[in-house]
Design a protein around this ligand. Structure first.
Ligand code: TYD
Ligand code: MG
Length: 459
């Protein structure tokens, strides 16, 4: 009988089993067993890329610090999320829902890099070569330096990479990659993880950067990118939906740079184009003069971005429970702000439905947008519009106080650049020099007084 080369390991408790079982005999959890190769001690060092086991530890000061060289992806919004460009020998993951534009963007990057750095290999396990050509044609990026192959066996792809020695490799997608020797299906946790380890080793040993494409579904239940986040050097996710054309690429992990940068794109009929002035785009459809809308200067990484927050408040249908619905903001934060409005400002929201939306499909991640949320809700409750040349910024505390925010100067400069005349800011922020007219407030109450004056509620 041939020696068994794989076994199953529980993802929950680590128990091993010779055969697959629906329920782990160790911890009793369901569906946690994953197929893995059996690694003998002598083979063990072949798994990782640091396979020179004879090396001794040395002082960190004795390690040669060669300058990390990067090369540009040819698309500056993409470079921004990468932390300045592509690092040789790096393994990255580009994730997102199916159809969001991963293959489109990566084909564009592939063509740019092929032009500047020479040969690029695009491996597709999902699409035929004809489909790839049609996409490249549509994007107008056909080039003989861009080599394509439809393949999903990991070891064959490995041979192609060694043979062609490209400047960059794309694997589209990791869910289609198949490791011979593992009996589990492509896309299963075991296959995806083994595949990532295989490409990690390859990237490091050949010093060739590799980008993996990973699909995630809305539910996130798929054995996908989440399991390989720890194995790769950087992880970028696509945000946005099919209802609008904006695509935001967010770095969630980066061993070579900051993770709080976003790249902003628009899907057009010629692929993804960079958005040069995102604030302008996000504000382009703002309803001027209607209640419930306010602009907030947010920071996305190192870049200020103006976003519109919209709210609609109306009486709950008789007998129903009040609805609270948000898109683009953290629900916990939103609930806290409503509680402050109710308790500190006396807003009667118990029998009101409250909807909140960040225009353009953008997701707000910083508490500095709190005051914007409060003002949008208050504006809808009072049915009074906020002056369209006014913006607000500030974090809200439970006592109804408005707290300081970071990078105030940068935020105000962006507002001034786009023609805003006044901004409500936290008093606790110290501001040097005059960028635009500001009104300093200590509390939510002062802010609402500044914006709506003594005008009657529900006027
Ligand atoms: P795709 O890159 O295939 O998505 P993914 O690889 O993430 O699954 O993008 C698919 C969508 O993009 C598809 O609905 C069509 C649209 N698209 C354009 O709008 N313009 C274009 O130039 C291209 C190539 C695609
Ligand atoms: Mg695709």
């Amino acid at each position: 009988m041939p020696k068994k080369t794989t076994h199953f390991v529980c993802q929950h408790c680590g128990a091993e089993s010779a055969k697959w079982m629906g329920r782990c005999s160790g911890c009793g959890e369901w569906n946690t067993l994953v197929e893995e190769r059996i690694i003998s001690v002598s083979q063990g060092d072949q798994r990782g890329w640091a396979n020179d086991s004879a090396k001794k530890p040395e002082p960190i000061t004795a390690v040669k610090a060669h300058q990390e060289e990067r090369f540009t992806s040819g698309i500056s919004e993409f470079d921004r999320v990468l932390g300045g460009g592509i690092v040789p020998g790096s393994l990255g993951l580009v994730g997102g829902e199916p159809g969001i534009g991963k293959s489109t963007l990566l084909m564009q990057v592939a063509a740019k890099v092929a032009q500047a750095q020479g040969k690029v290999l695009y491996v597709s396990g999902e699409e035929s070569l004809t489909q790839l050509r049609l996409r490249a044609q549509r994007l107008d990026v056909l080039s003989p330096q861009l080599e394509v192959v439809a393949e999903s066996r990991a070891n064959v792809i490995g041979e192609h990479i060694k043979d062609r020695n490209p400047s960059l490799v794309f694997i589209d997608s990791i869910q289609t990659i198949y490791q011979e020797g593992l009996s589990s299906a492509p896309g299963s946790v075991g296959q995806v993880r083994e595949g990532a380890t295989f490409f990690l080793k390859l990237a490091k040993s050949l010093d060739i950067p590799i980008m993996l494409v990973g699909h995630v579904t809305k539910g996130g239940s798929f054995a996908g990118p989440k399991v390989l986040e720890h194995a790769v050097d950087y992880v970028l996710y696509f945000e946005g939906d099919n209802h609008n054309s904006f695509r935001i690429i967010r770095g969630v992990k980066n061993r070579f740079g900051s993770t709080n940068e976003v790249g902003i794109f628009e899907m057009t009929k010629h692929g993804l184009t960079e958005v040069v002035n995102p604030s302008q785009l996000f504000l382009s459809q703002r309803p001027v003069g209607s209640s419930g809308s306010v602009v907030v200067p947010c920071m996305e990484g190192t870049r200020p971005l103006l976003v519109e927050i919209q709210s609609l408040v109306g009486p709950t249908a008789f007998g129903g429970s009040p609805r609270r619905q948000t898109t683009g903001v953290d629900y916990q934060r939103f609930s806290m702000i409503l509680a402050v409005l109710e308790k500190r400002q006396g807003y009667p929201l118990q029998n009101q439905d409250v909807f909140l939306n960040v225009a353009g499909g953008f997701k707000l991640s910083e508490p500095a947008a709190d005051l914007g949320i409060a003002v949008a809700v208050a504006s809808s409750v009072r049915n009074l519009a906020v002056d369209s040349s006014l913006a607000v910024i500030g974090e809200i505390g439970l006592a109804g106080e408005v707290r300081a925010v970071s990078c105030l100067e940068q935020r105000l400069k962006e507002l001034a650049k786009l023609g805003f005349l006044r901004c409500i800011i936290p008093k606790s922020n110290s501001l040097e020099g005059k960028i635009m007219e500001v009104s300093e407030v200590r509390t939510v109450s002062e802010a609402l007084q500044q914006i709506f004056g003594n005008q009657q509620k529900g006027g």
